[in-house]
Write a protein that binds this ligand. Sequence first.
Ligand code: ADP
Length: 470
Amino acid sequence: MFRRIRWKLLAFCMVVCTPPFIFIGVHLSQQFEAIFTTQLKAGLLDLARLIAPEALEGLSSGDPAAVHRHLRGGHHGADGPQVVITDASGTIVGVRGVPESAVGTRYAHPSIARALQGEEVAGVGTAPGAEEAAFAAVPVRTGPGSRVFGVAHVSQPLSALRAELQHIRWVVAGTVLAALLIAVPLWLLLAQTIAGPVQEMERVASKLADGRLSERVPVRSRDELGELARSLNYMASELEHIDAMRRAFIADASHELRTPVANLAVAVEALKAVIGRDPDQANAVAADLEREVQRLAELVENLLDLSLAESGQVRLNLTALSPSELVLRAAHPFQVRAAHAGITLSTEIPSRLSRVTVDADRTVQVLTNLLENALKVTPPGGRITVEASEQYEHILFSVTDTGPGIPEAELPHIFDRFYRVDKARTRGRGGAGLGLAIAKRLVEAQGGIIKAESKEGRGARFVVALPKAS
Ligand code: ADP
């Protein structure tokens, strides 16, 4: 049962809140008792002070019997406090509310001796043979400091007060119980408002874990639980998005692999038809076959590169390097090919450039890809320029060509994987639309950014910004 949050919360509330309730109940009843007893003692003291002067005359005139007569003739009610008057020796000379047989005996109450010393005494105690009572004892005398003729002693058994207090205790206990009865359903409600959404989220999270990515939690509040629900939903949307991307990636990759594989099958069939019969033809088909195998190998290589880059598993060996060296390393292999295609390939690098913090191989791979694209699209007589420059905290590398450029509408997608500007035209040349996607991820992995600028018909320019060495 206590594995559920709701019950844990309820148990917590009860454990934390019930003791204060009980403490308040007990404290209140003790307070009541203290207040009542104090008041009772004060009342008795007042009464004793009233009675003492009335007893003075009889005691001082040597006529103790007059005291008793006077007391009996008083107007105090029968069930009022018990009154005992003693003379200076502690012998009872008058009573009220006490059996008259007590007159003439010694009053053994401990307060008598103190009152005979001239002290006014009030307290709670037990006289021998009597029940516990509150009492007050006042010396009978003409004035403070004068001779003490006797004691006026008033007492009231606590039983009546106790019964009264017991009644109050029941009322307090009933109130505490009623408060608990009201509080428990409220605590349950509170526990439910917390546990309900948590349970709902737990249910949705386990569905998400089962692959049901369209599940969402209703967001019912603006508090932390609402925020948590919102985050869970956001996470679910992201998972859904990633899942869709993964499916698209597999679909695209299979689609891209199908063409070269089909081409291979065709070439193999053609080879079988001519082999042994027409060596020239067979050589030509074998060359086709080789090209297709090459394309397939490149495609697989690219797919592996992309999946490594996307999963963040590319190992980077970041060092401070000279930008011109990187440019020359990338551009050098293209010099002959460019010249062969009638294209001018030039590099423009200022002599004093800061170093750049990059992985040499990966940066050369990016620049090579940009140069490869430029070479593919630039017509004979055109120009490809590779530049390096410095801007704030970055070293900029750019590859500019005089090819057909990229239509403005295509620019935002150019770095998407499997994206080709002119699908029919480029597939034949082997591009699967992965080069720029890989380049972007490699640049970003090194803390840089890559951008494409183009005016259709007026060439394209790719700029890579990488962090300067500090
Ligand atoms: P691919 O491997 O097919 O070359 P890329 O990702 O490198 O794929 O390029 C994606 C698309 O961008 C291709 O369709 C390509 O034609 C186009 N493209 C890339 N570079 C240029 C450029 N310099 N000028 C015009 N189009 C370009």
